[in-house]
Design a protein around this ligand. Structure first.
Ligand SMILES: Nc1ncnc2c1ncn2[C@@H]1O[C@H](COP(=O)(O)OP(=O)(O)O)[C@@H](O)[C@H]1O
Ligand SMILES: [Mg+2]
Length: 234
């Protein structure tokens, strides 16, 4: 088991944003967390990373309880997180952004450590852009760069917040290839999505979150076998 979330709750002000959420990601698995706007997807990822103040429940990462650890320690254990707003250094070059993400592999890391050169193979559309300022590349390229920079920290698992959002169809396809390549490299992935087709292209299993609770779960393919497949997103 890579990640196990048990009865996770998060409150903001007086509102319960997450109301007792359970989910699991196995080693080597890509899992989607699907839900419409405001359902609690981003809050789930932020809470796993220790970024919400009022939280309860348990988060086990590689068997270890991380639910009370500060964010930087969670990251150092090998959890990569790419938030929706990317947080690139826009005045630094693409290569400098990658270098800014470089970390020693976490304990127990078995793969080969990432280098900019290896990442340029995985992200061919970034390969020619090493010297360009991050603020000057396209939105899709920035999304790729945010993921690549996080991979420079040699995570064993990645949390991706709506990686396909706002991307042109061709770039969405590249993003799907990148996620599959990460999986081949041994990185488990939990990604938030509203794009069911994208989730289907990359994930084997999915959870649906509605108002801070998991309302259904299963093989992604099973979500396409009924007329109501899209109801939870429309
Ligand atoms: N900083 C915040 N303060 C108050 N409410 C928030 C804050 N962030 C998110 N929320 C509320 O929490 C709920 C879940 O938000 P979020 O996790 O961003 O959903 P999603 O990512 O699925 O769109 C929404 O109802 C949203 O309005
Ligand atoms: Mg969100």
């Amino acid at each position: 088991m890579m990640l196990r979330v048990e009865n996770l709750t998060a409150t903001l002000g007086r509102a319960g944003i997450l109301r007792g959420l359970d989910l699991e990601v196995n080693a080597g698995e890509v899992v989607a967390l699907l839900g419409r706007n405001g359902a609690g997807k981003s809050t789930t990822l932020r809470t796993i990373m220790g970024l919400t103040a009022n939280r309860a429940g348990r988060v086990l990462f590689q068997g270890r309880d991380i639910s009370r650890l500060p964010t930087h320690r969670i990251a150092r254990l090998g959890m990569g997180y790419v938030p929706e707003d990317r947080r690139l250094f826009s005045s630094l070059s693409v290569r400098e952004n990658l270098e800014a993400g470089r970390r020693e592999p976490p304990p127990g890391y078995r793969g080969e450590a990432w280098t900019p050169e290896r990442l340029f193979e995985l992200f061919p559309n970034l390969a020619g852009l090493g010297a360009r300022r991050a603020g000057k590349i396209s939105g899709g390229e920035q999304q790729m760069l945010a993921i690549a920079r996080t991979l420079m920290g040699n995570p064993v698992m990645m949390l991706l917040d709506e990686p396909s959002e706002g991307l042109a169809p061709l770039i969405v396809e590249q993003m799907a290839r990148v996620i599959r390549a990460m999986q081949s490299a041994g990185v488990a992935v939990l990604l938030c999505e509203q794009n069911l087709r994208f989730a289907r292209a990359v994930a084997s299993r999915a959870y649906v979150i509605q108002q801070g609770l998991i309302s259904r779960q299963g093989e992604v393919e099973s979500f396409f076998n009924e007329n109501s497949a899209n109801d939870f997103l429309t």
